[in-house]
Design a protein around this ligand. Structure first.
Ligand SMILES: Cc1ncc(C[n+]2csc(CCO)c2C)c(N)n1
Length: 223
């Protein structure tokens, strides 16, 4: 069975999880009603987010308990760095140069979330780190799948965000999220104890809250 620990965390943080997955920003992506400036603000910040997130995976390379886990973390860095090109292409289509994007300041919500996961990895072990990263990786897969299943989700003519949804609903991203669920269970089999669970749940719930704050930052245009 896969995703035993993840499903437990999600159940125990159910209200924070649904505030993240079903955020107003997400609903706006799904039906195409999200104002374009909100999406643009989000996407520029998400580019900056990904760079910091790659650093968190780099901590994972260091903390990995064996070579196989080390490779997984290294592959994660590769996948994230690829995702940044997708962001730059979209920004270019709005007339934003790579330099303009890269020289934008990180919003407070970006700093809060990325430093939180980096610190979880620096302070804890690999299980702490992957639990703190999981709302990001698995949450976007869940959001992509839910939005793709709705009528206008993947319809390029009806929804300007159809390409974004297709990316996360797509087979290769869904497979990546599935791998990350399996990784959490492998690490849990090595080092989860009941005594540790409350601290892991606290890490998970905080990361979920920070993901919801990230959507809100997009909606508000806040820095
Ligand atoms: C705020 C925010 N949270 C999650 C993701 C999704 N994401 C970030 S790294 C990664 C794994 C490798 O691609 C994925 C799916 C995002 N882009 N922005």
């Amino acid at each position: 069975m896969v995703a035993v620990l993840f499903e437990r965390l999600k159940r125990d943080a159910a209200s924070a999880w649904s505030a993240y997955i079903d955020h107003e920003f997400v609903r706006g992506l799904g039906d195409g009603s999200l104002p374009k400036p909100a999406f643009q603000h989000y996407l520029v910040q998400d580019y900056l987010f990904l760079i910091e997130f790659a650093r968190a995976y780099a901590i994972g390379v260091y903390k990995a308990p064996d070579l196989a886990e080390m490779r997984k973390a290294a592959d994660g860095i590769g996948a994230i760095l690829n995702e940044t090109s997708l962001h730059l292409r979209l920004c270019a289509s709005w007339g934003l140069s790579p330099d303009a994007v890269a020289s934008t300041r990180q919003a407070r919500a970006t700093i809060a979330y990325t430093r939180f996961v980096q610190e979880a990895g620096l302070r804890g072990d690999m299980l702490d780190l992957v639990v703190a990263l999981s709302p990001c990786v698995v949450g976007y897969a869940e959001i992509g799948a839910v939005l793709a299943a709705r009528g206008q989700g993947l319809d390029d003519g009806a929804n300007p965000y159809a390409a974004w949804i297709a990316e996360y609903a797509g087979e290769s991203y869904q497979a990546l999220a599935f791998d990350s669920l399996a990784q959490i269970d492998r690490l849990a089999a090595r080092s989860l104890t009941e005594a540790r669970y409350p601290a892991l749940l606290a890490l998970f719930e905080e990361a979920v809250r920070l993901e919801a704050d990230f959507w809100q930052m997009g909606l508000d245009g806040s820095m």
